[in-house]
Ligand binder design. Structure first.
Ligand SMILES: [Cu+2]
Length: 709
């Protein structure tokens, strides 16, 4: 292996040998070491093939025994990874392999059976027999997007779902797995799916935001996403990245530790000496997804209305926990409340995800404290609280010790509650609290319902008020990475100060707008209100260098705001509310260390913003109120020892937050406010991270079936 990795030019024969050594004798499928394959360049005549670009190898396997009866196992090997188009695991043991070299032309990549330009086959028999070996698994899911009717808040509505489920199916995987998800669009509109918080190393092709990394999947079409897990462990989620579709198209991604490794936390805090010796088991329950519900409206209709009129988007009517508003405010939903059943004495892992479109949320459980152990699929130093604040897009892993059952540990009932946290109460907002039920059962009791009916649930007494910023700030300030010190970069190559504002755009001539002062609401970063391209996605434009001819984007996203003002000062010190549109991106050389300071402004009013970056997790090295002071704040208010590692940072209202990351993931990566109405108004930009010099620092080639615009 080492010998191959040092070889820049590898002959077809050497390559074939290498593949055989990797595959034959193993349980398929196996992931090939990326670095060595990327270096394969055959220049031996007559096969002028450069594997690192547009070539694929099709492999036909012979098996000792097939796992499923299908056609003879066959799959494509891209230069870097194995693709499994059939969507099934194949052999118990590979006994033989036949390889074909395929060269694909860009324009022929419409179907699996692209034109064979050059071909050569070779059959390899095992030189030795290896035992079947566990490696990173490949997991397969099929997502069928379709509408179903559901009833909430006494109304029936038709909503978009994955596989008829709301929330959608949970993806289960282990750290380092590859999850292959074929999305079939059986709906009536374009759709894409994003794997929120998954780094997708060198693979922006499967990231998902519409017109950023792909053209949407049209009705009747399908696309296979390859979700490459790497450093993530804990809870992430997936959601649609088209319009407001994610209101109902979302679900959890649960990433367990690798086989043989354990969760790094204890089942009670502080841990008993016995526990320190032997970690106790933590029970899993269904992920807890917080969302929002509009009683009478199709969310995409609301979006269209808002885009037409320039007005704000109508707030949701209710918050939800796993799709249910609960029974606190909404009597007609009371029988459908989501329930978590627990047994006295056990410790439960609650995976809380805020999938809300417009709201951050407070979450708490009556009669129980919660121990935070992870956020955004990264472990934290454990700390115990009465309630948490989870910003839109963020996840929290919480331990709940079930020590409060009544009647010999059976029959206690407690509300779990999710309340809106809002920072600008001058704007109309959804002032509601969703509830679910935590109830104690006995493992042996067959009389559970009796207990549940007689016990009224109690409400979490300490849940903060809807606008309790102090509670939210105090909670976020306690997040720290589990390790100390972490590998936060000490030296910064690129500093960016990025102001965030809600703005206005002038109403187009002959239009009638009903936003503030007869104009349209908009939003911006550094006074650029981002617009998606419409005829091609940015990734394609960048990769195929279409930008030179077609001017799809402008590489001039500014490193600082166009003017310096008292960003968070009184209204009379703010610049005019108008902004300008542009598709401006920031281009980064591979490996640069970037620091972004997000600075809220009071242009049309201060507000907190959950800023989400695709393709990276970043360290949140500082947060503060008022205007960022570049001389004092890095010294006084930064944590470079154990800052939390997140993919979504809650930038405080009227304040700032600083993040750092290394640009070691080549690709095209969206960065945006996770409040969807701010995103569609333009509070976004894109990082293009260029390829590095060595093969494993380059983007992998596109799959052959990218949807076309
Ligand atoms: Cu925002």
């Amino acid at each position: 292996m080492a010998a191959l990795a040092n070889q820049n030019n590898m002959s077809w024969a050497t390559f074939a040998e290498f593949i055989r050594d990797e595959i034959v004798g193993r349980s398929s499928l196996v992931r090939l070491p990326v670095a060595s394959l990327a270096k394969f360049k055959s220049i031996s005549k007559p096969w002028h093939a450069i594997i690192s670009d547009q070539a694929f190898v099709r492999a036909h396997l012979q098996c000792s025994k097939q796992k499923q009866h299908r056609n003879p196992p066959s799959f494509l090997i891209s230069p870097l990874v194995l693709l499994d188009p059939a969507g099934s695991s194949m052999c118990f043991i590979v006994t033989n392999i036949r390889l074909y070299l395929w060269l694909l032309e860009e324009d022929t990549k419409k179907s699996d059976e692209a034109e064979l330009l050059y071909g050569r086959s070779i059959t390899l028999t095992p030189g030795a027999v290896w035992p079947a070996q566990a490696s990173a698994a490949r997991r397969h899911y099929n997502f069928y997007i379709r509408k179903v009717n559901v009833s909430r808040l006494c109304r029936q509505r038709s909503i978009l779902t994955v596989n008829g489920q709301f929330p959608g199916p949970t993806i289960y995987a282990r750290k380092g797995d590859v999850v292959v998800v074929k999305v079939h669009n059986h709906g009536e509109r374009n759709v894409t799916i994003h794997w929120h918080g998954v780094k997708q190393p060198r693979n922006p092709w499967s990231d998902g935001p519409e017109y950023i990394t792909q053209c949407p999947i049209k009705p009747g079409g399908s696309f296979t996403y390859r979700v490459i897990l790497s450093e993530e462990e804990g809870t992430l989620w997936w959601h649609a990245h088209t319009g407001f579709d994610r209101a109902t198209l979302h679900g959890a991604i649960v990433i367990h530790p690798k086989q043989g490794t354990k969760l790094p936390f204890f089942s009670s805090f502080p841990p008993s000496p016995l526990e320190k010796k032997k970690k106790k088991k933590v029970e899993e329950v269904a992920p807890i997804i917080l969302g929002e519900w509009w009683r009478d409206d199709d969310v995409n209709q609301l979006l269209e209305d808002a885009m037409r009129t320039g007005e704000d988007v109508k707030p949701a009517d209710a918050n939800t926990i796993n799709g249910q508003p609960g029974d606190l405010f909404f009597s007609c939903s009371s029988n459908d409340s989501f329930k978590v059943r627990v047994e006295q004495g056990k410790t439960y892992l609650l995976r809380v995800i805020n999938a809300g479109l417009t709201n951050d949320m407070f979450f708490g459980v009556a009669g129980h404290r919660l121990t935070v152990v992870a956020t955004d699929a990264r472990y934290t130093k454990p700390f115990t609280v009465d309630h948490v604040m989870v910003a839109s897009g963020q996840t929290l892993d919480l331990l709940l010790h079930a020590n409060n059952g009544n009647h010999h540990g059976v029959g206690g009932r407690y509300y779990m509650a999710a309340r809106t946290f809002v920072t600008d109460t001058a704007i109309a907002f959804n002032n509601s609290t969703a509830t679910a039920i935590l109830e104690y059962t006995s493992a042996t009791s067959d009389d559970e319902d009796h207990h549940h009916q007689v016990m009224p649930a109690s409400f979490p007494v300490n849940l903060p008020a809807v606008d309790d910023m102090a509670a939210a700030t105090a909670f976020q300030a306690r997040l720290r990475s589990l390790a100390s010190p972490v590998d936060v970069p000490a030296h910064v190559d690129e500093r960016m100060l990025v102001t965030m504002a809600v703005n206005l755009l002038p109403c187009a001539p002959h239009n009638k707008c009903s936003g503030p002062k007869g104009d349209r609401l908009a939003a911006s970063l550094n006074n650029v209100s981002f617009v998606n391209p419409t005829t091609v996605d940015l990734l394609r434009a960048y990769y195929y260098k279409h930008n030179v001819i077609r001017g799809v984007y402008d590489a001039g996203f500014p490193d600082e705001p166009p003017s310096v003002f008292n960003f968070t000062g009184p209204a009379d010190q703010q610049p005019g509310p108008f902004t300008a549109r542009g598709t401006k991106v920031k281009v980064l050389e591979y490996g640069r260390v970037v620091e972004v300071v997000f600075q809220d402004t009071a242009v049309l009013g201060t507000e907190s913003h959950p800023m989400h970056l695709h393709g990276f997790s970043f360290y949140v090295v500082g947060r503060g109120s008022g205007n960022f002071d570049e001389r004092k704040d890095p010294i006084n208010n930064y944590n470079l020892i154990d800052p939390p590692c997140q993919n979504t940072v809650s930038v405080p209202k009227g304040g700032w937050a600083a993040i750092r990351f290394r640009a070691t993931n080549p690709g095209v990566w969206f960065m945006h406010c996770h409040f969807d109405r701010h995103m569609v108004w333009g509070m976004n930009t894109v990082f293009i991270v260029k390829d590095g010099k060595s093969p494993h620092q380059k983007m992998i080639p596109p799959p052959h079936n990218m949807p076309k615009c």
